[in-house]
Design a protein around this ligand. Structure first.
Ligand code: NDP
Ligand code: GDR
Length: 335
């Protein structure tokens, strides 16, 4: 049985990747940092929480990563852990650099000292392109990050390339464009929108405050993207790949689709533009070109943009409906 170690197993991608690897017969070990309360909701929602083994560790602590790699003895190591929310990276730039940037070095050092034959995947990001030099963005497009998060990811990208070239480690960068799902964290734009739309449709909320509606992103489904991560580690030679849908949409288009899915036509009545939600520097236009992944890995996305947003709205409506009796009790108690 092949064993994989996944950092960030409690996050969106960690949960989907775990399910995907378990489906392939892998033994899955996840690195979790200590929390005052367990944080395994996503693994529970996918019904796999009892199928994975957990080891403790933190990307800020070198020895804990070495111990985790030693204990797990994986054949494949997926580094998905990061401080991954771009606005937070302006509030905690040094901590973001520690975890999202230097954390990658700690993982690679652990591979180097414990077992350099371990295959390594680094969760790189389209945020590295930032102020884009060309459209669409491909593996050869120069980086120009526009946030402390993007800067940290550029560091993670290059340290991965360097360990590959310096030590012959099988290390790959997946340059993934935005990918979403019903398990997405609530503060990221698509989930923020779909959860608010569900509450507005049920009369539980009236207003949705947003920032820049003009930004364009290439949005895909997380469940599709984790397959590309696995494929990258199954090749004869390690390499770096863009993973994207090759389509771009504005935030405004996403908002429109989400409201229409819930049967609300006049979304402008509910959306309030809040200047505080604009970023100090914006990434205006992301559109990937995943030709290399399609050609070399045989990978392609299956879920289209509108289908993805509809899936998320439906899931949030379902969640809110399941919570409704409790909410009604609370309203009654407050009255
Ligand atoms: P999430 O924010 O959902 O998950 C991040 C994970 O990292 C969580 O499990 C979190 O643990 C863990 N983590 C954070 N800090 C530490 C630390 N110091 N030590 C150990 N674990 C830590 O991210 P996603 O699943 O969406 O993304 C996965 C990876 O892919 C990230 O690296 C992200 O930057 C990158 N990426 C994501 C894209 C996307 O569109 N989703 C696109 C491109 C790249 P905890 O639960 O304890 O907070
Ligand atoms: P992003 O994702 O920064 O692209 O990073 P996010 O969903 O946060 O923002 C997408 C775009 O929407 C605009 N926006 C808002 N965003 C948020 N979060 N909240 C708002 O209210 C709002 N209003 C408008 C943003 O300005 C932005 O243009 C995600 C993360 O998953 C990263 O970890 C990952 O690396 C990249 O995707 C690829």
């Amino acid at each position: 049985m092949t064993r994989a170690l996944i950092t960030g197993i409690t996050g969106q991608d960690g949960a989907y990747l775990s399910r995907y690897l378990l489906g392939k017969g892998y033994d899955v070990v996840g690195l979790v940092r200590r929390n005052s309360t367990p944080n395994l909701d996503r693994l529970e929602q996918l019904g796999i929480v009892h199928d994975v083994k957990l080891v403790e560790g933190d990307l800020g602590d070198q020895l804990s990563i070495i111990n985790a790699v030693n204990d797990a003895a994986p054949a494949e190591f997926y580094n998905l852990a990061a401080q991954s929310f771009v606005p937070e990276s302006w509030k905690t730039p040094a901590q973001t650099g520690e975890c999202t940037g230097l954390g990658v070095t700690r993982c690679l050092e652990a591979v180097k000292v414990v077992d350099p034959t371990i295959r390594f995947y680094q969760a790189s990001s389209s945020e590295m392109y930032g102020k884009v030099a060309e459209v669409p963005q491909r593996e050869t497009t120069p980086f120009y990050p526009r946030s402390p998060y993007g800067v940290a990811k550029v560091y993670g990208y290059w340290i991965t390339v360097n360990y590959r070239e310096s030590y012959g480690i099988y290390a790959c960068n997946g340059i993934l464009f935005n990918h979403e799902s019903p398990l997405r964290g609530p503060e990221f734009l698509p989930r923020k929108v779909t959860s608010a739309v569900a509450r507005i449709a049920l009369g539980l909320q009236h207003e949705l405050r947003l920032g820049n509606l003009e930004a364009r992103r290439d949005w895909g489904f997380a469940g599709d993207y984790v397959e590309a991560m696995w494929l990258m580690l199954q090749q004869d030679k390690p390499d770096d790949y863009v993973v994207s849908t090759n389509e771009t949409h504005t935030v405004g288009e996403l908002v429109d689709i989400a409201f229409r899915r819930a049967g609300i036509g006049d979304w402008e009545k509910h959306v309030v533009i809040d200047p505080a939600l604009y970023r100090p520097a914006e990434v205006d236009l992301l559109k990937g070109d995943a030709t290399k992944a399609r050609t070399n890995l045989g990978w392609r996305p299956r879920v289209a943009f509108e289908e993805l947003i509809s899936m998320m709205v439906d899931a949030d409506l379902d969640r809110e409906l399941r919570k409704l009796p409790a909410s009604l009790t609370a309203i009654a108690a407050a009255a």
